[in-house]
Design a protein around this ligand. Structure first.
Ligand SMILES: *Cc1c(COP(=O)(O)O)cnc(C)c1O
Length: 374
């Protein structure tokens, strides 16, 4: 009987076990567990990987986004009530970062083909209070950054990328994390670069922003026992930084496997009831810049398809079943009319994909998708 899990973290980490244990032992034996050389070494390596000047490690991806907006408030670039444009189909963390700072989320419908922020819709949503664009590189594909950056220049807007699902995604030679004024990353275990616990980071080329973020994550302290800001405690532990540094070495190879699986799906799935994801920049997915954090198909018969795949031993997930504006956390957004987003949330289904999945298993998923009928 086939049993294909959605993502097998144990299998992903097992081949690196010795290196991970050695990294942990190094930290244990060092006697230094917070804000030491493991953190600064990883920050340097990740900044270089992304092609940005600074990397600031924090406790998680949500804090990476929240603290960046907070830092812009400290710099006088934003004030309470300013509007932040964000895709309506994002994971709720992108929106929590906005409201946590008393800023106003303006939910904009995505492009139905790519699930990413649509530049034309962004233009229509701009008001005199708009100060930030917050594109989300959803499922591992960069948003249309060239056009979005153009709009941001035209209206003097800040750009904060949510790169939590897009480590290593690259377009026109520029990676996620190097397009915007700043970018937030998550190292949640299931992300393409995942810690063995929580972790996150901000990348930016802005020296002043980087310095403020380093203070904000550490009680607002810029010098020992001196506090310039009412900061928080949001730090990336030495042990997680050491683990992430090991795993960063495998990221590109992991992405290649994800692309190979995406290619098997894209070439093999040919069921009229299923819509495949669109990779905007290559017909052969192995060559695209998409890092395939998720392989998301769509179907009007989504729930029946999910059940059919489960009967065939294939685990699938839904990213995400409820759009942010229909969440209990945001009653004030409930009545927004967002038909594209609602359609996406009712139709999407994420197939298994990951760096240790075999192409033979991907083939079994293809067969099961193709045998689905109503
Ligand atoms: C995972 C994720 C986050 C939040 O990251 P955490 O590390 O879980 O706090 C933010 N935005 C998106 C799009 C995500 O997928």
């Amino acid at each position: 009987m086939t049993n294909i899990p959605f993502l097998d973290l144990q299998h992903i980490n097992a081949p690196m076990r010795d290196e991970l244990l050695a990294a942990c032992a190094r930290v244990i034996d060092s006697g230094w567990y917070i804000a030491g050389s493991e953190l600064s070494n990883f920050e340097r390596a990740f900044a270089e990987y992304c092609g940005s000047k600074h990397c600031i490690g924090v406790a998680n991806g949500l804090d990476a986004l929240t603290l960046t907006l907070r830092a812009w408030k400290e710099m006088g670039k934003l004030q309470a009530g300013d509007e932040v444009i964000v895709p309506s189909n994002t994971y709720i963390a992108s929106i929590l970062a906005i409201t946590e700072n008393d800023l106003k989320p303006v939910l904009v419908e995505p492009n139905i083909a790519t699930y990413n922020l649509c530049p034309d819709n962004v233009r229509k949503a701009i008001t005199p209070k708009t100060k930030v664009l917050l594109p989300v590189h959803l499922y591992g594909q960069l948003a249309n950054m060239r056009d979005l950056i153009g709009i941001a220049r035209e209206y003097s807007l800040l750009v904060l990328e949510d790169s939590a699902q897009a480590h290593g995604a690259v377009v026109e030679g520029k990676k996620a994390g190097s397009w915007g004024d700043a970018s937030g990353f998550s190292f949640y275990p299931g992300k393409n670069l995942g810690a063995l616990g929580d972790g996150g980071a901000i990348t930016t080329d802005d020296d002043e922003l980087a310095a403020i973020l380093r203070a904000l994550r550490n009680y607002g302290s810029h010098e020992r026992y001196k506090n310039l800001y009412q900061g928080v405690n949001s730090r990336l532990d030495e042990i997680q930084a050491a683990i992430l540094h090991v795993k960063l070495g495998y990221l590109d190879q992991d992405t290649m496997r994800r692309r190979a699986i995406a290619n098997v799906y894209a070439q093999g799935i040919s069921n009229k009831l299923i819509t495949l994801p669109v990779s905007v920049d290559a017909s052969v997915l192995e060559l695209s810049s998409h890092v395939w954090h998720l392989f998301v198909i769509a179907s009007e018969a989504r729930d029946a398809l999910k059940e059919h795949l489960a009967k065939n031993g294939i685990q699938t997930l839904i990213h995400y079943p409820i759009p942010p504006h229909k969440q209990g956390a945001y009653p004030e957004l409930y009545d927004l009319s967002l038909p594209v987003s609602e359609r996406i949330h009712s139709q999407v289904l994420s197939l298994p994909i990951g760096p240790t999945m075999s192409l033979a298993d991907a083939g079994k998923v293809v067969d099961a998708c193709n045998s689905f009928a109503l």
